[in-house]
Design a protein around this ligand. Structure first.
Ligand SMILES: [Zn+2]
Length: 319
């Protein structure tokens, strides 16, 4: 592994979450005051490392076998790593690219639809997940094995980084008070949340509307009640059966129409009256129970989906 730890300032702290904390070099380059409270964090990942500044929000990541990204290069330069050394790290990384990586590149070359997102920053002023934020997630039936953060300040919240291929390309913050807006999001066009949660050997991908729906059953989320063309391409690129589970409300019915247009399966389970979406279902009947109802209610035929939709709209009108 290419050692970046040795380039870090000598003053360091190891946190329980696996971060090595140092005074962040990024903030002063981004119009913020210098960090003197060890708010820069670097963490080793399976395939490299990722940087996150809890002060100014700067993120950067490195994956062995890939070219150094623009943001990783900037970070290394701010850490006073000499330019020749940065180039050496880049070459050393590419030397580790395996046959599979080279084949993937070739495949991407003949497949111009390969989707790319810009690496981006997280909100400023975050910290490791607080007990309150953790309790909120547990209450919603969501497992904690995802790199959530907490937002500090006048409105506290849970920050869910949006990743794609292991890189941070957006985020959403769910505030924990009752004020509006409940969410603040930074989304790139065509982004679908949760592709990184999918495993190679799974045969089905469950498409939901919200981040917490996706997180509670390891599905993906289109983040509104529609699926645009770029999102459809991204979901298709997973090459597996697609089952769309709309929220059980009127906007959700638009999602059903779009799914039919795309030729995907739709599932509208007969959930208890107060269960309106996948996350509600997980809270009510557990992850396995919710998944079972989803798989049992899935329909592929256009006519059967239409009948089911009418049934659901009738049920909605009762309330
Ligand atoms: Zn910073």
């Amino acid at each position: 592994m290419i050692d970046v730890i040795s380039f870090l300032p000598a003053k360091r702290k190891q946190t329980s979450g696996g971060w090595i904390s140092v005074n962040a070099p990024c903030c002063v380059h981004r119009g913020e005051s210098a960090d003197r409270r060890l708010r820069g964090g670097i963490k080793n990942t399976d395939t490299g490392w990722s940087w996150h500044c809890f002060n100014c929000g700067y993120t950067a990541s490195f994956v062995l076998g890939r070219t150094l990204t623009f943001k990783a290069r900037k970070l290394l330069a701010w850490l006073n790593v000499p330019q020749e050394e940065i180039e050496r790290i880049n070459l050393e990384s590419l030397r580790h690219r395996n046959i599979e990586g080279i084949l993937n590149d070739r495949q991407q070359a003949v497949q111009p639809t390969a989707i790319e997102f810009e690496e981006c920053d997280l909100p400023a002023d975050t910290e490791e997940l607080t007990d309150t934020a953790q309790a909120y997630l547990i209450n919603r039936g969501i497992t904690l094995d995802y790199p959530y953060l907490s937002k500090k300040g006048t409105r506290t919240g849970v920050v869910v980084p949006f990743t794609y291929d292991g890189q941070i390309v957006g985020h959403t913050t769910r505030f924990l008070d009752d004020r509006t807006p409940k969410y603040i999001q930074d989304i790139q066009p065509g982004y679908v949340f949760g592709t990184d949660l999918q495993r190679n050997n799974w045969q089905t991908v469950i498409v939901t509307e919200g981040v917490f729906d996706a997180l509670s059953i390891n599905g993906v989320a289109v983040l509104h009640a529609d699926i645009n063309d770029a999102q459809a391409r991204l979901v298709r690129s997973l090459e597996r059966e697609v089952v769309v589970v709309p929220d059980q409300d009127l906007p959700g019915m638009r999602l059903v129409e779009r799914a039919v247009e795309l030729g995907w399966s739709v599932s509208m389970p007969d959930w208890p009256d107060d269960v309106k979406d996948v996350n509600d279902a997980v809270i009510c009947m557990g992850r396995l129970g919710a998944l079972l109802t989803i798989m049992q209610a899935r329909e592929t035929s256009k006519i059967k989906i239409e009948i089911r939709k009418k049934w659901l709209m009738k049920k909605l009108k009762k309330y």
